[in-house]
Structure formats: C-alpha cells, structure tokens
Design a protein around this ligand. Structure first.
Ligand code: 4AD
Ligand code: MG
Length: 437
C-alpha cells in the first residue's frame, strides 16, 4: 500500500496532498473526540490526527492500540493548521499501518541514569539528541579525509592484532591467538612509522584503538576511534602542529556550516572556528604558570594531571582568549623512547599535547629516525629491544625525519558537543565495567 516516502521536513511543500510518512510513534493523545499521534522521522516530528466515528473504524482501532516507539507508516492529507506547534501543519490520517509494534513500558525515559541508558543504547540514541553525535562524527571524519586528501596523504589500515606489545606493554589487551599470545594494538604508532619507512610519505588512518586502562573517568574508554597521522620529511614538530591546526579549522568550519543550528538547539553549544595559530606553551612554562596560579600537586610533578590540564586551559583562555593550546617539549621521563630530543635541550622531547577546553585530545611528536639514537634511547629506558626488532629495523635503511600525532575522535566529539562523558560520544561504549551491548 505505501507509496513514496515524504520526509517530515518536506511536508510544508506538500500541503493539501496525500503523503506517506515513515517513522516512530513519539506521543499518543487519544481523546474522546480526536486521536492525535506524534510521529517522528530523522528530519522532524509531525502531528497525525483522526476524528473518531469516521467511516474507517479499523483506523480508529489501530490508533487506539498503538504504543509509543512502534514503527509505523502513515498516509494522509497534509493540512495547514497554524495552531499546531509542530510546523503549523498536520496530517489527517487516511491509513496507519503498524510495521513493528513496540513493547510497553519502555525501559528508558528522559530521567533514566546514564548507565541504564547505555544498557538500552539503541533506544537512548533513537529518542534523544544523541543521534546528532553521529551526524557530527560523520562530518568530522569527512572533513578530516578531505584535508588529508588535499595535502597528499594516503589512508592506511594497519593491523589491530599484533605479535608483540607496541609502545610499552602496559595497558595492552592480551588475546589467545591459536594457542599463542597476541595483543590488541593500543596505537597504530609503529605501523604508521613502518609506512613512512615504506616510502608512503604522508600516512592517515582512522581506526579502533584498544587500551587496557582500568580507568572509570568520563574521558577514558578501553576501545575508541583514533585518528592517526604521520608525515615524512618534516623540518620540525612545528610542521605537524601546523597540519593539525589546518585539520581542526576545516573540521570546525564544516561542523558549523552543516550542524551549527542543530548543535545550538539540541546541546546548547555554539560551534566556533578557532583562530590560527593556536597558542603554544612549553611544559616548563606551563608548570611555572600553574604553580604561580596556586596549582600545587603533590611531589615534583613534571606532567599535567587532569586538574592541571583544566587550569592551564583556563589560564590560556584568560590570557590568550583561545580554547586550544599546544603544550610542547615534554620531559623525556614522561614520553616514550621514540620521541626525538632537540639539540638544544636533551632533557625534553619534540613532542606536544593539544588541549581543548581543558582536555587532552591529541598527543604528537617528531620521532627519532636515526637507528643508533633510537636504540640508545630504548636502552636508556630499560626496554627489552628484542620484541622491538621489526620496529627498529625500520630505521636501518634510510627513513627520513618524520612526525605525527594521534587524536581521540570520541574525545574530540565530547568536547565539541559539550557532552559530560565520552560514553555519550561513542555509539557503544567500552570500559572496564562494560562489554555489552
Ligand atoms: O596520547 P595517546 O596515548 O598517544 C598515542 O597513542 C601516540 N602513539 C600518538 C602519537 O602519534 N604520538 O593517544 C592519542 C589520543 C589522546 O590524546 C586521546 O585523545 C585519545 O587518543 N585517548 C583516549 N581516548 C579515549 N579513551 C582512552 N583511554 C584514551 N587514551 C587516549
Ligand atoms: Mg597522550
């Protein structure tokens, strides 16, 4: 029976015509004389109306038996009705077919706590502004790929199963691999550098990242989507930061243009395009600023804790009027062995974190590309170099200077949309206490 679908946002152009709308029942008001059903599709909501006692007793019964969230197809005439809040129009029902009936009562509503909402994530996303997160995510990824493409990057897909633990061995999931031990990649780090060694001069990857971190914070997941970049022939880490600025400016331009109004309406955030360059501050300067501002963590800290990151972003906002800040030159003690150390200061690395509104969204660095030096740095850190053989071999046959970064896509979305937890910036969140649904 049903004909071509009309989307709710297009109904105004179809006044006095008979249309077919597919969607979910959002609200039912079954009164003595009139039956009102609000139907929702991805583009909006519309009121469907039926006067009782009409010729079609079956229609009246169908509406009486409807349940909220049932999937329905409605056909009827679009009529102008200025007193209707939803778009000043309604559909006078001619037929309503229930394609799939929803159980009652629903296990989630507007007051359900986050954990229970995550148990019923498909309903949570269906009934709230949460769906917008994934529209924005799509635009973010598309914009990133557009910049990467325009700047000559090659999109790679590196393995997530590894025979040796990358980077450190900590925070890595072990899996049984036909009786042997394998690991889930906690970063494409070594493989993207291997791609540089393979002559792929600019490497771009969007893919899953696994971290066996028993953290229950609002910003940590055990599986998330990483955006990884690696660039050869750089003259310094500044080239990498400048690329990230271009990437983020384009991302925010596109999100603003496509979703600015919806984001303001649903989550109350004004999407703004940041000015470039972003402020840059060395770690030593950052610590000095923070100490003079009263930040006094225990011990002799050389790294930022979440509180330090928040305070630093607040100071930068105050002094530079900017939401982003690159923190550079992290001490060697808090950075991995493969980060390059500048000639003028061997106690630090040519590395950076990018903070946005108090949260780290990116870590990057120029890498050490000289074989002897990278081996020495691994030794200095007391690492067992045997499992690193494949990685270290990459530097024995002429690998150019290079650098890159890893950006957490879910963290970016969380900050961009002002969400209170990374759980809401992930379709199906994975954390130490959550492996389902
Ligand atoms: O800072 P991370 O650990 O850096 C690396 O993986 C390096 N190999 C990157 C590089 O190229 N040097 O991770 C990169 C980003 C973080 O800045 C953060 O945005 C995100 O990944 N991230 C997480 N997101 C969610 N849950 C977690 N547990 C995360 N750990 C890191
Ligand atoms: Mg980091």
């Amino acid at each position: 029976m049903p004909g071509m679908r009309t989307l709710v946002r297009d109904l105004r152009g179809r006044l006095d015509e008979t249309v077919v709308v597919y969607g979910w029942v959002t609200t039912l008001r079954l009164q003595r004389v009139m039956q009102f059903v609000i139907v929702r599709d991805p583009t909006g909501m519309v009121q469907v109306v039926n006067r009782r006692g009409g010729e079609d007793a079956g229609l009246e019964r169908t509406l009486d038996e409807l349940t909220v969230e049932s999937a329905v197809v409605v056909s009827g005439r679009v009529v102008d009705n200025p007193i209707v809040k939803l778009g000043g129009l309604e559909i006078v029902a001619e037929s309503v077919e229930v394609l799939a009936r929803s159980d009652v009562p629903l296990p989630v509503d507007a007051n359900t706590n986050l954990e229970q909402r995550l148990d019923w994530r498909f309903l949570d996303v269906r009934r709230s502004a949460q769906g917008l997160v994934f529209d924005v995510q799509t635009t973010v990824e598309r914009a990133m790929r557009a910049v990467a493409d325009a700047e000559g990057f090659t999109e790679m897909h590196t393995p997530k199963l590894m025979g040796t633990a990358s980077e450190s061995g900590a925070e890595v999931f072990r899996v049984d691999y036909f009786g042997r031990r394998a690991f889930l990649a906690q970063s494409p780090q070594f493989f993207k550098q291997m791609a540089i060694a393979a002559g792929i001069e600019r490497v771009f990857e969007i893919g899953p990242v696994f971290r066996a971190e028993p953290s229950f914070t609002s910003r940590h997941a055990t599986e998330f989507t990483g955006v990884d970049v690696e660039m050869a022939w750089i003259s310094g880490v500044e080239d990498v930061m400048a690329f990230e600025e271009r990437l983020l400016v384009r991302v925010l331009e596109e999100v603003k243009a496509r979703h600015g109004a919806a984001v303001a309406e649903h989550v109350g955030v004004d999407v703004t395009v940041p000015a470039v360059p972003f402020p840059r501050i060395t770690m030593a300067e950052a610590i000095a600023w923070l100490r003079s501002d009263g930040w006094n963590p225990e011990g002799d800290r050389v790294d930022l804790d979440p509180e330090g990151e928040r305070r630093l972003s607040a100071l930068v906002a105050e002094r530079h009027g900017h939401e982003f800040v690159f923190v550079t030159r992290f001490p060697i003690g808090v950075r991995p062995f493969y980060h390059l150390r500048p000639d003028d200061d061997p106690t630090v690395t040519e590395s950076f974190d990018l903070l946005w509104r108090g949260i780290e969204i990116t870590t990057g660095a120029q890498r050490e590309h000289r074989y002897e030096v990278v081996v020495r740095q691994a030794d200095e850190k007391g690492m067992d170099t045997a499992p690193l053989t494949d990685y270290l071999n990459c530097f024995r046959f002429g690998t150019p200077p290079h650098g890159g970064f890893g950006l957490g896509l879910n963290r970016l979305l969380m900050v961009l949309l002002g969400l209170s937890s990374i759980r809401e910036a992930t379709f199906l969140f994975r954390g130490p206490g959550r492996l389902t649904p």
